[in-house]
Design a protein around this ligand. Structure first.
Ligand SMILES: [Zn+2]
Length: 274
């Protein structure tokens, strides 16, 4: 009983603490706010993607051998063209959404034309729902939602969500992340450990782009902290301040986007062995 009370109290404190931090610190880490149905805080997955990832996590956790076959989980937008539409509820965020789109267009080969039903069969649909989130890759025909909820309307945050929509997962999920960062599990809010999952070699295709702790897709050092201490530390202390930037695409992000969209077929990152 005593244990239960402590656990319950502790959990309550953690939950309150997390909400307080999120409210205070929205500018730095708005996509940390979890929404219903999201995975790793701000990614929505199709059932197939989620099933594949959970199988892979289970195999990794239990050190099971996986059979070698590949499934591409994050499909690309054809010819690097990502039509978009800003829904009426997001009209107030038009300027900042357009600045994020312009950022992507100025740095990469991807193009984001305004959706036109005569020309396009699919598009990303900017909407204002609970939190900031996106699907990963091009996974739906027709409208594919990307939510810029309350507290999310910053250029860098929207550019991060567009990163998911074009097929990026989080940088610290890469199989080689342990060479660059240390995850401090003891500081993670209980129940949120899965947000720090690493995918194994053979699962993630990084297109040989080096790990970038300063990626727009990297978590910040205190994401999901239960106690204010770092959940992620850089192996090289000089890199500590680079984590979690939401200023814009890093050189490695740009290289990765241009490489994955220049390569024929398939998709970024997830080539599952199953
Ligand atoms: Zn994200």
């Amino acid at each position: 009983m005593w244990k239960y009370v402590i656990f319950f109290s502790t959990a309550s404190i953690f939950v309150c603490h997390a909400k307080t931090l999120s409210n205070v610190d929205k500018v730095e880490r708005p996509e940390e706010l979890e929404s219903e149905g999201t995975f790793e805080s701000d990614m929505k997955l199709t059932l197939e993607q989620r099933t594949q990832i959970e199988k892979q996590i289970e195999a990794q956790t239990n050190r099971l051998e996986t059979r070698k076959a590949h499934a591409d989980l994050s499909t690309r937008w054809e010819d690097g063209i990502v039509p978009y539409r800003i829904e009426p509820e997001s009209a107030g965020d038009t300027d900042v959404i357009l600045s994020a789109i312009e950022h992507w267009e100025s740095k990469t080969s991807l193009r984001f034309p305004q959706y036109n039903a005569d020309e396009h069969t699919s598009f990303i649909s900017f909407t204002k729902q609970d939190g900031c989130w996106s699907y990963v890759g091009h996974v739906f025909t027709g409208a594919q939602e990307i939510s810029i909820g309350n507290g999310c309307a910053y250029m860098g945050t929207i550019a991060h969500e567009i990163g998911h929509a074009i097929g990026f997962f989080h940088e610290q999920s890469r199989p080689d992340r342990d060479e660059y960062v240390v995850i401090n599990e003891e500081n993670i809010i209980p129940g949120y450990e899965r947000n720090f999952q690493k995918y194994d070699t053979g699962t993630i295709n990084t297109y040989q782009v080096p790990y970038d702790i300063g990626s727009l897709m990297h978590y910040g050092a205190t994401y999901f902290t239960s106690n204010g201490l770092n959940t992620i530390d850089a192996v090289n202390p000089d890199d500590q301040g680079l984590m979690g930037q939401r200023t814009g695409l890093s050189a490695a992000d740009i290289l990765l986007a241009n490489t994955m969209y220049a390569s024929p077929g398939g998709s970024y990152y997830f080539c599952f062995q199953h």
